[in-house]
Write a protein that binds this ligand. Structure first.
Ligand code: NAD
Length: 423
């Protein structure tokens, strides 16, 4: 797989360009190098990971062997999503292979060029009998889901996640569901506003906001909101110039339906920054919305586009109440210099994961499990956690026939007596 990425890097970048008009540097950072690092991490550690575990023994088992063997589940179905169509497919596939499974790969048909490329390339590098690629849309996925798999790993929306979970249930197949949701971003008055704005806007703007852990909305006071907006105008001009549409550094919205949905969200709100769009290119300018209420349309669904609403709150307690009155998010962000405030939120908000004083970056730490909770998903992966996800831990207790062991355990045999069981 690593060889495939190295040898077909240009073709992958071209396919990402075609599907999303993704800038080359973004393709490298968030897609191809991300995948490469994961593959190298597996190759570097695999010999250690696969070793049978020898857990601590209790007094009762001192004479025995206690081992945990690592078994693959068998045949795994991995379904990718369109927003990072290469790495979201191949990172879990690599983990499944590392754990010894066969894998049916199902790229998302919505990223058409990348899906086609995966269908062509994977059979050139991986044994097609063990790792077939099934391309297609909803009818093909529906057929696939009727099959009995030993494990299903799905990345995509919560709505389809429920369909996958239901289908898996038919065969009692275990699942990992990597889903989405609205990831909040709380900014308090102590945050370094210049750095905060850059880090929030970067997290929002990679792949034009079509990132599962993009900061979905901001929670802050009126004073912080004013500073954020002033700084955001400066940063956006610095990054994309005066004519933002001409910048080569902004991806496009995946398809017309998603574009129209996003435009409707903008229409129903107060635009403080940006707001322009071009349907012919599916371009949407980075847009910041103010005077947003929790009941507004933009706060009812995951945005998945370059739109950033700001909801005014007064303090961290209000932020916690606001977040916890909604579905549990995949990611949560806090910007503050006060450790007590940070702890208050990290300890009281159930979320898939956190980055403090930045956005997105926790996804790149191999030693952190990546996954959601509640409607944002179940299970996790990345690094060793991916290997563990696709591994069945098979317990084995081995006894021997020596006389002492037999004597110590003899109390279990009938005829039962108080004396025998007190040995
Ligand atoms: P998608 O549309 O690419 O769907 C994924 C798969 O589901 C596709 O193969 C598609 O054929 C299949 N599918 C769609 N409708 C179906 C149906 N009715 N029956 C059976 N199969 C069906 O991806 P998406 O759902 O648009 O992805 C966007 C969502 O994914 C966002 O919510 C985002 O937050 C989430 N996401 C999560 C992660 C994560 O790691 N947690 C990563 C990326 C995206």
């Amino acid at each position: 797989m690593l060889k495939m990425v190295d040898e077909y890097e240009q073709e992958m970048i071209a396919a990402l360009e075609k599907d999303l008009r993704r800038p080359k540097q973004e393709c490298m950072i968030v897609e191809l190098d991300f995948l490469r690092n994961d593959l190298k991490n597996i190759l570097y550690n695999i010999n250690d990971w696969v070793k049978p575990e020898r857990p601590e023994k209790t007094f009762v088992n001192l004479l025995d062997d206690v081992v945990i063997y690592h078994d693959p589940y068998g045949v795994v179905l991995v379904m990718g999503a369109w927003n990072y169509p290469i790495q979201l497919l191949l990172v879990p596939v690599a983990a499944a292979i590392a754990a010894g499974n066969c894998v049916v790969l199902k790229p998302s048909e919505i990223a058409e060029s990348c899906s086609k490329l995966m269908g062509e390339l994977v059979p050139k590098y991986l044994d097609n009998e063990c790792f077939p690629v099934v391309c297609g849309g909803i009818p093909e996925t529906t057929e696939l889901l009727k099959q009995r798999f030993d494990y299903i790993f799905y990345t995509g929306s919560t709505m389809v996640g429920k369909i996958v979970h239901k289908a898996a249930n038919e065969h009692l197949t275990p699942v990992t569901l990597e889903l989405g949701g609205k990831s909040p971003c709380y900014i308090d008055s102590t945050a370094d506003i210049e750095k905060t704005v850059r880090r929030v806007l970067w997290g929002k703007m990679i792949n034009a906001g079509q990132t599962c852990i993009a900061p979905d909305y901001i929670l802050c006071s009126k004073e912080t909101e004013d500073k954020f907006i002033t700084e955001a105008r400066k940063v956006l001009r610095e990054w994309y110039g005066d004519n933002i549409k001409d910048s080569p550094d902004i991806s496009r919205i995946i398809h017309q339906r998603a574009f129209s949905r996003l435009i409707n969200l903008i229409k129903s709100s107060d635009v403080a920054v940006g707001g322009s769009s071009d349907a012919s290119e599916r371009f949407i300018e980075p847009t910041i919305l103010t005077n947003v209420k929790g009941t507004d349309p933009v706060m009812q669904e995951e945005i998945f586009g370059p739109i950033l609403p700001i909801v005014r709150i007064e303090n961290a307690f209000e932020a916690i109440n606001f977040i916890n009155s909604r579905e549990k998010p995949l990611a949560c962000y806090v910007f503050s210099k006060i450790q007590k405030q940070i702890n208050l939120i990290t300890q009281n908000v159930p979320a898939g994961g956190f980055t403090i004083n930045d956005t997105i970056m926790h996804i790149g730490v191999d030693s952190l499990p990546f996954g959601g909770i509640g409607y944002s998903g179940m299970g996790n992966y990345h690094g060793k956690f991916g290997y563990d996800t696709f591994t069945h831990r098979k317990s084995c207790l081995q006894k021997n026939f020596n006389a002492l062991g037999e004597f110590l355990a003899s109390g279990r045999y009938p005829p039962y007596s108080e004396k025998k069981t007190s040995i």
